[in-house]
Design a protein around this ligand. Sequence first.
Ligand code: VAH
Length: 318
Amino acid sequence: MKNVLIIGSTGQIGSELTMKLRGIYKEGNIIAGYIPGAEPKGELLESGPAAVVDITNEQQIAETVSKYKIDTIYNLAALLSAVAEAKPQLAWKIGIGGLFNVLEVARELHCAVFTPSSIGAFGTDTPKDKTPQDTVRNPRTMYGVTKVTGELLSNYYYIRFGVDTRSVRFPGLISYVTLPGGGTTDYAVDIFYSAAKGQKFVCPIKAGTFMDMMYMPDALRGAIEIMEADATKFVHRNSFNIASMSFDPEIIYNNIKKYVPGFQMEYQVDPLRQAIAESWPNSLDDTCARQEWGWKPEYDLDTMTKDMLAKLEARYKK
Ligand code: VAH
């Protein structure tokens, strides 16, 4: 990789992935693709080139890929799970209509493509604990339907046209740079903000509801390492289970309380997010990613908690 286009560069993953790629590929062009109204700001704007790239506009994608001689596209444009339930047509238009545009450009202009899938690709009839790499994928959300369809479409473009498509199934991602928008796992981000601000946290997910989670630095490393991996060792492509930790609200609350004594939480369950969370696995088996391209997480709940609190307290306790 050296000339990379990140579509959705100002979102939760994109804003940090763009900066990490610019740090690694200093001599390359790392293009921050964005849509009007979600312009890059601050360091993201000042540290490298940006371009208006609307994933629903194939011509715009093609022009940007040609202009910067892009060899790899990170397609991070998507509506997250709860928002996608409110706007299913738009979720499909961006998640699949947009993906089709990206794959067509990649076919014609010979780019590799990374499109994240998610634990949301699974449904209630999937084995919930240590969910296998190859298993039933019957999601009950539009978000999950776009993720399974995205996996199938990306595989088709590899098999039929030789497009180098690769993907991981992300757990819920936790970060302190850019807030996520409208996800089911976002409670695990919001709880840290409440703790850092000295506020009580109102949790929308029931105690005992386990979901796979991951700290953003591990997610970014996974997204880069899979695109740099030797594909001759791949048995799978779209999409690899990757995992690092699984917890419920009680576990993360008690871990934070170790460092923020007196931190309080109460439950006000959001029926929509609770139903989505209950349809997802408790934990994933990521053996295939470990065997086929050396995936290995570096953060666990405690090291993530310490880092999240340090970063957020520095921001809010000035
Ligand atoms: C969501 N944060 O909650 C996203 C993610 C696995 C969850 O895809 O929708």
